[in-house]
Each structure stands twice: as structure tokens, then as C-alpha cells.
Ligand binder design. Structure first.
Ligand SMILES: [Zn+2]
Length: 160
């Protein structure tokens, strides 16, 4: 999933939780930032295969530390906690459940990736791989991404 992740950021932004949109933008892509960093460090592995799926040429065949289910849950907790600490250090307005919300938004990345990715998302470590493979169907995948983004922006407009 690419732009579809941002729909969650728009949908999660509300007057009640006061979480800035830029924090939510980082949160929805947090797992991919970790992934990109680990790929650059040579810890997680990626190869480019022409026609790997209809929607993407990237075969991220080893990414247990950023994209396994267990890792996604752990990073979501870390991000939620980091947000809470950040708010208290910067004297940012912190609302109840803000940390939980940020954590949930980070985790939403894994759920959306589960829909889009081919079977390359491990449950833990590098085993039990899952993925519904919507990337194999270019048009429906593209439609879903744009549709999600539209719904997310509409939710944001409704919230503020
Ligand atoms: Zn991802």
C-alpha cells in the first residue's frame, strides 16, 4: 500500500485527540521508515523484480524487524509511548488516549499492507507469512488506495 496509508492519518485527526496531522503522517508510515533504514543498513532485504506484482516491482523478501506482526505491535507501542513522552517534554497539549491513538495508527500500516502485499508479511520473525496480494490486481488496488484517501480526507473534514 502506498498513498492509502495516509487515509488513516486524516481519519484519525480530530478536535478531541488534538494529535497534529504531521505526527499522524509519520505514524502511518512509521513501519516503512524503519524498513527503509534497515534496508539501507543491509539488515532487511529487498530486491527489484520486474513484474513481481502488477502494482509493485519491490520484493521485500526479508523484513521481520519492521513488518512482522509481532514487530508491528512492538513498534506501535514504542511510537505511542514516544508520542506521550514527546508531548510532556514539549508541553504539547496531550489528550487522553493520544498515545493509544498514535499506536493504533502505526499499527494500521500493517493491516493495510496485509491487504496489498503478496504473502511476505511474517507473523513473527521470518515465518508464517501472510498477505492478500491485492498488488496483483493493479486497477482494484489503485482504486482502493484512492478510495481510502478520499474517505480519510472526508472524515478529516467532518472532524474539524
Ligand atoms: Zn509497509
Amino acid at each position: 500500500m502506498f498513498v492509502g496509508h495516509y487515509s488513516v492519518a486524516f481519519a484519525a485527526k480530530s478536535d478531541r485527540n488534538k494529535i497534529p496531522l504531521w505526527v499522524l503522517f509519520i505514524a502511518v508510515q512509521f513501519l516503512d521508515y524503519i524498513w527503509a533504514t534497515l534496508v539501507l543498513l543491509g539488515i532487511e532485504k529487498l530486491r527489484v523484480i520486474k513484474g513481481f506484482t502488477a502494482g509493485s516491482m519491490l520484493d521485500s523478501y526479508f523484513h521481520p524487524y519492521s513488518h512482522s506482526l509481532i514487530a508491528a505491535i512492538a513498534w506501535s507501542c514504542v511510537a505511542g509511548l514516544a508520542y506521550k513522552i514527546f508531548c510532556s517534554r514539549r508541553r504539547f497539549l496531550y489528550r487522553k488516549y493520544g498515545a493509544f491513538m498514535v499506536g493504533a495508527v502505526v499499527f494500521s500500516h500493517w493491516i493495510l499492507d496485509l491487504i496489498a502485499h503478496p504473502r511476505d508479511l511474517a507473523i513473527y520473525d521470518n515465518t508464517w507469512k501472510v498477505g492478500f496480494g491485492l498488488w496483483n490486481y493493479r486497477d482494484p488496488e489503485f482504486a482502493l488506495e484512492i478510495g481510502l484517501l478520499g474517505v480519510g480526507i472526508k472524515c478529516d473534514a467532518g472532524n474539524s
